[in-house]
Design a protein around this ligand. Structure first.
Ligand SMILES: C[S@@+](CC[C@H](N)C(=O)[O-])C[C@H]1O[C@@H](n2cnc3c(N)ncnc32)[C@H](O)[C@@H]1O
Length: 309
């Protein structure tokens, strides 16, 4: 029988690691979790890439306590990017705060298309390309475009305050400006008719299908970032309706959809006078609709007179 002064178990600790028995000794550092324990814990929680994730968490955490906290958050189902605070996107490390949409690998296809169009625009106009990242979330798309294009005037906007705060960290360092508000209402009026490349990765999940998304998205990303209305195209239709007033002559709007939604999306582009083109990547499972505004008006040259014999 142990003496009443000898504890057979370590004293209890509060969730923050401080000890009610030894407050002056607290916080008590956690014993470091071994790599094997981290992998086993993640695997037991259903993480398919437990080894890779463990590597990332171990290399990101500066202390044993931080590692334990990260493992615990991941086990609770937070997206890995929210746990570590960043996502790799198009070769960049993009800050992603909790509650902000995690940029998807498939959206790198949209970025690739936008880079090609931005370069062609720059070659044609000889001035900085005006790029707008509408529905910017973390601002990953805009930041990637600013990194890839030589001379860019970059603007981004989102309706979610958390996204705007996060995007400011990613976009401002890339020389851009971020605005908060509903679609184009957020943008400075002076951008009307000036946008060369307008990227809008709008929410496009049909309302009925939001519940079928993986819990990481459903529970940890805001609904406004996912839910695109009955057929998923509500926000896309609003963007295509207003875009022609904001695009420069010959400017481009790029929007991601599912393959199934592409025909209806094309219809929305056409109805609003944008010349649509559907592009897709099998590898990234991505579909992007590109709509081009009518080109700059050219005064027709009268036909050359036939040379007189
Ligand atoms: C699918 S997420 C894309 C985020 C980011 N562009 C990316 O690719 O990682 C859609 C974003 O649209 C924003 N959004 C939804 N409705 C909006 C609206 N009416 N005006 C502005 N932003 C909106 C959401 O807050 C969310 O950040």
């Amino acid at each position: 029988m142990p003496s009443p002064h000898v504890l057979s178990e370590p004293p209890p600790h509060r969730p923050d690691g401080t000890s009610p028995l030894h407050p002056r000794l607290s916080p008590r550092p956690s014993p470091p979790l071994s790599r094997a324990t981290v992998i086993a814990t993640l695997r037991a929680a259903g993480c398919v890439f437990a080894e890779d994730e463990a590597e990332l968490l171990i290399s990101t955490a500066h202390t044993a306590d931080a590692l334990a906290a990260m493992v615990e958050r991941r086990v609770r189902g937070l997206p890995l990017e929210h746990v570590v605070g960043w996502a790799e996107f198009h070769g960049l490390r993009v800050t992603v705060d909790p509650g902000v949409f995690v940029p998807r690998r498939r959206t790198e296809f949209l970025v690739g298309q936008a880079i090609g169009l931005g370069r062609r625009t720059a070659a044609r106009t000889g001035r900085p390309t005006v790029v707008v990242d509408l529905c910017c979330g973390s601002g990953a798309v805009g930041a990637a475009l600013a990194a890839a294009l030589d001379r860019v005037e970059l603007y981004a906007a989102d309706i979610e305050p958390a996204a705007v705060r996060c995007a400011r960290r990613n976009v401002t360092t890339a020389g851009g400006e971020v605005y908060e508000g509903d679609l184009f209402e957020a943008l400075p009026a002076g951008l009307r008719g000036r946008i060369d490349v307008l990227v809008a990765n709008v929410p496009y999940v049909p309302t009925q299908e939001v519940g079928l998304l993986p819990p990481e998205a459903r529970e940890h990303e805001p609904r406004v970032a996912l839910d695109g209305g009955a057929d998923g195209l509500d926000v896309l239709r609003r963007v295509t309706a207003a875009a022609p007033q904001w695009l420069a002559p010959g400017g481009h709007l790029l929007v991601e959809t599912s393959e199934r939604q592409a025909p209806q999306a094309v219809e929305a582009f056409t109805r609003n006078g944008l010349l649509p083109r559907v592009t897709a990547s099998d590898e990234l499972y991505a579909t992007v609709i590109i709509g081009t505004a009518p080109p700059p008006h050219r005064t027709r040259q009268p036909p050359a007179p036939h040379p007189t014999p």
